[in-house]
Every structure is written in C-alpha cells, then in structure tokens.
Write a new protein. Structure first.
Length: 209
C-alpha cells in the first residue's frame, strides 16, 4: 500500500500561505511553487536506495554513499505541473523529465489526454508525477495509468494542495502510489475548485485567465 504524507514543515506552510494570497503576483507565485516543490522533494526522495562508493577526500580514502542505479524521472501534468519541475531538478539535476498533457472537460470534469512523452528508460526509474492541485483526482489518476503501462519501478505523486475528494479517488484508483501534499484542504466547490485553495494554479503561474 502506498503512503500518504501531508507535509507540515514550517517553511512549506509559510510559503504556502503567501502562495494562496490572491494579491501574490505571477512572478512570485512561480518562485513559490518552485521553492515548495524543492522542499517537498527532500521528503519525497527520503527512501531512494543508496550504494557504497569509494572516494578520496583531501585527507584520506573513504567509503561514501550515492544514489544507486537509475535515478528519478519527474513527470509534470501539463500545464500547471511545469511550475514544479525546476524545484525537483534543483534537488536532483540528473532526473529525466517526461510530460503528460491533460485538460479537464468543463462540463464532465473528466480528464482528456492530448500529449504523452516519457523517457525511453522510464521502466528503470523511480517516477515522480507532479501537479500543484489534486482536485477531483481525475487528471492524476489518468496520468499515472498512462505511466504504469511503461512499467516503472515505482510511482509517487506530489501536489501542493489536495481536496479530500481527489485524495480519496487517487488512493482508491492507485493504492500502490505514494502521495505527498503540502496541504489537505476542506472540499471541492460546485465548479470543481478546491476550497479554500488558491484559484487556478495554471493561470496564476503563467499569468493567464
């Protein structure tokens, strides 16, 4: 069974409060999304396997630790997920990046896929799927289903804010996936937006309406 972690680190919560504020400009919003993703990556990669390597310090030869085998693949769900990628890459520069494009039908609230490009060796990698908002859960469920067809080692999902409805839907559809959230909010409203949330993450990242 996958684990669910709601991160309560003071730095994450502080930045999240500024992120939610409707007066926060797009430039600052982008920086905050990236910084929160970087802080969350620290925790989401805690269980990456290590191997012993021999190195030489300026003083002596020693046995040190490095991440073993293939590293991470980070897969943002377009378009808002792009805002989290640099935060992950700041921590793991060697990670490969795939992309999955989905949009939500405004009437049915169901995801429609329009793009999928993943690393050729994704079957040898740990995969971190990122999207700032886990609302209905439809986009995350569909994206993870597409990635599972390629047989990756393991999949984790990381979001900034989750609604209880989306968290439950993702957990029920993919019980083997670890889920990391910076905050679990109250509910979804009648339009499928998270309450209190932060509005449309894609619009706020890219300055669109």
């Amino acid at each position: 069974m996958g684990k669910i972690m709601i991160m309560d680190h003071p730095l994450i919560q502080h930045k999240l409060s500024i992120l939610r504020d409707k007066s926060t400009a797009s430039k600052d919003f982008r920086i905050l999304i990236e910084e929160i993703a970087m802080l969350m990556t620290y925790e989401a990669t805690r269980d990456l396997p290590l191997t012993d390597v021999e190195i030489e310090t300026p003083i002596t030869i020693m046995t040190a630790k490095k991440i073993s085998g293939k590293k991470l693949a980070v897969v943002p769900i377009l378009r808002a997920g792009i805002g989290m990628v640099d935060g992950v890459l700041n921590m793991i520069p060697s990670a490969r990046v795939g992309h999955i494009g989905l949009y939500r039908d405004p009437e049915t609230l169901q995801p429609v896929e329009y793009y999928c490009k993943l690393p050729a060796d994704i079957g040898e990698r740990e995969v971190l799927v990122v999207d700032p908002m886990l609302a209905t859960g439809g986009s995350a469920i569909d994206a993870i289903s597409q990635i599972k067809k390629r047989g990756p080692k393991h999949i984790k999902f990381m979001c900034t804010i989750a609604a209880p409805e989306g968290l439950d839907a993702l957990k029920n559809s993919h019980p083997d996936v670890d889920i990391y959230c910076a905050a679990l909010d109250e509910k979804l409203n009648d339009h499928g937006y998270i309450v209190p949330g932060l509005g449309d993450a894609g619009d706020r990242i890219f300055g669109t309406k």
